[in-house]
Write a protein that binds this ligand. Structure first.
Ligand SMILES: *Cc1c(COP(=O)(O)O)cnc(C)c1O
Length: 431
């Protein structure tokens, strides 16, 4: 029983149950009861470990015996079948490319890991699970791809009609099998509200086991620790003052970096790079946490007005504002600044970033103003072609489509249109 609910009104539970349930019965996020640091020798000798070995060492205590070690190793190897290169822009700034997976967004790793864990928990096929997820773009594709063909798991994805890019829509509507796309006549918040309502609707939950596949789920959140360890492996010989700048929306990715730090990763500081959705930037200035409705930006995967993982970050730092401030800085940038950054990165370094990465780059630049000796790594969370219109317009250059993207462009979209909660409920109950 190694997880507790951050609302503190639900019993402790196992990794398996935390993954299957998503949220605790008191609606709290699950958090590990203990975090045992890895030995210092692990970080000193990190060169000797492969990526899969690093990932295994990092996550095994959080998975516990719920998955046997040999099976967990296989799951990790399957999950990490692509690269995570660090690209140096100058002596003080590098980028960690997290877009080499099948849907070219960093969410691939968490989605693939979670899918394989659920597949294992469901190996006897007597616990069918329905993964219900709302997407503003990238989550849908990563989840659809990660869960495709997993036995005993059905995936239902809600996305706002006309509000996701063509590529993103293709990625989540063309796979078939156990993946269903519901095209919602509404905006992302409508999709999210319907999903939340379904989780609370006993006429649905008494009929099927629903779970979520966003970063509130520990199996989607925790594997993101790997990125920070992989970057450290690539950089530690060259820099001893490494800082990460993470383009943040729901703050799952950055919170996973902080978990890696709890494991002993020698990284002193994190920068949360935000677009105009700046609840956390404001909180660090005022100590007043004020969730707001989200505003639309060109880095749309970060358009979040009330980041769900922030509560985990506070827990990591003992719910103490001053401790938090020692480890976290946050800056917010407008779309205009983001576009200028895209252009600057292209002009100065001949590197094509996506709008989210560009916000991360700006986070590095702001931090470096007062920390001249640091080496700042910004996370490149999506491939620039996923935001083709903005990127090509700003840099005035055509960007070649990678094979993963070309492969879905010609496939036929299949989606069921729904317009309200009753439609969703009817759909779930008949399937
Ligand atoms: C989801 C996403 C983010 C935000 O990550 P969080 O873990 O929600 O903070 C940033 N960039 C891209 C491209 C994303 O898809």
């Amino acid at each position: 029983m190694n997880y507790y609910s951050l609302n503190k009104k639900a019993p402790d539970t196992s990794f398996a149950n935390a993954v299957i349930k998503g949220l605790a019965p008191d609606r709290g996020l699950y958090f590990p009861k203990k975090i045992k640091p890895l030995p210092a020798s692990f970080f000193k000798n990190i060169d000797q470990f492969s990526y899969s070995e690093i990932a295994f060492e990092a996550i095994k205590q959080f998975v516990s015996s719920d998955i046997p070690e040999s099976k967990l190793k296989t799951i990790i190897e399957d999950t990490l079948s692509f690269d995570f290169p660090v690209v140096k822009l100058n002596d003080h700034i590098s980028t960690l490319e997290l877009f080499h997976g099948p849907t070219m967004a960093f969410k691939d790793v968490g989605a693939r890991f979670m899918a394989r864990c659920l597949g294992y928990f469901n190996r006897d096929n007597n616990n069918d699970v329905t993964v219900l997820v709302a997407t503003s773009g990238d989550t849908g594709g990563a989840v659809a791809n990660g869960f495709l063909g997993v036995k005993g798991v059905n995936v239902v994805i809600l996305y706002p009609s006309g509000k996701v890019s063509d590529i993103q829509e293709k990625q989540l509507t063309t796979l078939g099998q156990n993946i269903t796309a519901l095209e919602v006549d509404g905006v992302f918040d409508d999709c999210q509200d319907m999903v939340k309502k379904a989780f609370l609707d006993e006429s649905i939950t008494s009929n099927m086991q629903l779970t979520s596949a966003n970063s509130i789920n520990v199996a989607r959140w925790l594997p993101q620790m790997f990125y920070f360890l992989f970057a450290y492996k690539q950089l530690h010989h060259h820099h001893d003052d490494i800082v990460f700048s993470i383009p943040s929306g729901n703050f799952g990715n950055i919170c996973a970096g902080m978990m890696a730090q709890q494991l002993g990763l020698p990284v002193k500081h994190f920068v949360a790079a935000n677009n105009a959705n700046n609840v956390v930037t404001e909180y660090l200035k005022t100590q007043d946490y004020k969730p707001k409705s989200s505003v639309q930006t060109i880095s749309n995967a970060m358009d979040v007005g009330n980041p769900s993982n922030f509560i985990r970050i506070q827990e990591i730092y003992g719910n103490d504002f001053n401790t938090l401030k020692t480890y976290l800085s946050s800056y917010s940038f407008s779309d205009e600044e983001t576009k200028q950054a895209l252009k600057e990165i292209y002009d100065l370094y001949n590197y094509i970033a996506d709008p989210h990465g560009a916000v991360g780059y700006l986070g590095c630049k702001s931090y470096l103003k007062t920390h001249k000796n640091a080496h700042c790594v910004f996370l490149e969370t999506a491939h620039p072609t996923k935001f083709l219109n903005v990127v090509e317009h700003v840099i005035q250059t055509k960007v070649a489509l990678p094979p993963q993207i070309r492969a879905v462009m010609d496939k036929e979209k299949v989606a069921t249109k729904i317009s309200n909660y009753e439609d969703l409920k009817a759909f779930l109950l008949k399937s």
